[in-house]
Design a binder for this molecule. Structure first.
Ligand code: ZN
Length: 204
């Protein structure tokens, strides 16, 4: 066992039950340390979340193996040499995608997407946010049951006035939605271009 690492302690720690995030940077020193057993030494993590075995693959990639509830959780250390900063990524044991951080959940590690932590305001694209807003305003006017209330290909220009509403109010509200719809489409098309290439949007 390498000096300075406290693998094998028997003390059990109370698991907080909250998602504790671990940044890839924490593991940077493991890129050059000898292979073997290590511990993360974090008060926020259970013993099983702390103990890891560092091994190397034939291709040179280093792998951390955690044994949590008798299951192996393998996380690779991927150094991005293309960037000046030599950014380190760790792979999610579930989706295998390279991540800047993983979360400790009860019996595993996982990336934000895999464990379903969803910070809507952070991960949402501007066009998605706008679409959500348009649908919300439509529902306020025409109700949840209106057939095309979620259909972004339908525009509200010819939708009827609710009986109880004054024309002036209605036209104001509808005008606002129409204005947002006009802003929405250029954004949505630009997004499709970047996702699928120009050909895709021209076919539409
Ligand atoms: Zn994942």
């Amino acid at each position: 066992m390498p000096k300075g690492h406290h693998y094998g302690r028997t003390q059990t720690r109370a698991y907080t039950g909250e998602y504790h995030r671990i940044h890839a940077n924490v593991f940077k020193q493991l890129l050059t340390k000898p292979l073997g057993n290590y511990s993360l030494n974090s008060d926020y993590l259970s013993d099983e979340h702390q103990k890891l075995k560092l091994s190397g693959l034939d291709c040179g990639v280093r792998l951390m193996t955690f044994i949590i509830k008798d299951k192996q959780h393998k996380i690779a250390l991927i150094l991005d040499n293309r960037s000046v900063s030599n950014k380190l990524y760790i792979t999610c044991p579930y989706c295998q995608k390279q991540r800047q951080s993983l979360y400790a959940i009860k019996y595993a590690y996982g990336c934000r997407q895999c464990i379903g932590l969803h910070y809507a305001s952070q991960s949402e694209r501007p066009s998605e946010r706008l679409m959500r807003r348009i649908r919300k305003l439509r529902k306020e006017l025409w109700g949840y049951d209106w057939p095309d209330v979620n259909n972004m290909f339908e525009q509200v220009s010819y939708w009827p006035k609710p009986k109880w509403m004054r024309w002036k109010t209605f036209e104001q509200k509808r005008g606002k939605i129409t204005e947002l719809e006009k802003r929405y489409w250029p954004m949505a098309v630009a997004q499709m271009d970047s996702l699928f290439g120009k050909e895709y949007s021209q076919l539409m």
